[in-house]
Design a protein around this ligand. Structure first.
Ligand SMILES: CC(C)(COP(=O)(O)OP(=O)(O)OC[C@H]1O[C@@H](n2cnc3c(N)ncnc32)[C@H](O)[C@@H]1OP(=O)(O)O)[C@@H](O)C(=O)NCCC(=O)NCCS
Length: 165
């Protein structure tokens, strides 16, 4: 259900092929071509693309990656990215909640993510939503969403239970 905020309507849902033009229109030099790749991966399964909408327009996307190669975190929220013009209007929260609902519906009891300890926007968002650091770290893998070309830092692994409310 759309959630009414003070001035905007914010919602999040699974992406479809019809969303591709809007996603491509907001690609950057760092993300060029990735929207089509992600939607193709969604077709292959265990990989879900969620889009966030603000007043009916796509303002960001995020991924729930359930592919299990024995080494990665499963399920993992990945590549959360709100287009710069749409930030601070609740889309990050809405897309995170949609990914959590999806993971819960798929039967998972917890969800993971990796985030740079130096990300000044994402850390408060995740902490506010109940994520906590596991104490583990790994080399950054989601570099396309970073706003800088600087050497990607290590990521801290965060976890949230999907059963304890
Ligand atoms: C991080 C990101 C997804 C947040 O998206 P958003 O839609 O702007 O976030 P929301 O509007 O849902 O913000 C919810 C809360 O998160 C926190 N937050 C969001 N942006 C913040 C910022 N720039 N500084 C401090 N806190 C911030 C606040 O607590 C905020 O609540 P408030 O606005 O009531 O204070 C967005 O800034 C982004 O796409 N950044 C670049 C990509 C990135 O870093 N992705 C995460 C990779 S792990």
């Amino acid at each position: 259900m759309p959630e009414a905020t003070k001035t905007h309507t914010v919602e999040a849902r699974l992406a479809t092929a019809d969303d591709l033009p809007a996603l491509i229109a907001n690609e950057t030099s760092r993300t060029k071509g990735l929207s089509a790749e992600y939607l193709a991966e969604q077709e292959r399964g265990d990989f879900y693309v969620v889009v966030g909408l603000i007043d009916g327009e796509i303002g960001g996307r995020a991924i729930l990656d359930c592919r299990d190669d024995g080494e990665t975190l499963v399920p993992e929220m990945r590549l959360l990215w709100v287009f710069p013009h749409a930030r601070r209007k609740g889309l990050g929260v809405a897309m995170t909640a949609a990914l959590e609902d999806l993971a819960r519906d798929l039967g998972y009891r917890e969800i993971f993510l990796g985030v740079s300890p130096e990300n000044p926007a994402a850390i408060p968002l995740y902490v506010e939503l109940g994520y906590a650091p596991t104490g583990e770290h790994r080399a950054a893998v989601n570099v396309s969403v970073l706003d800088t070309d600087a050497e990607p830092p290590m990521e801290a692994v965060f976890q949230k239970s999907l059963v304890v409310r």
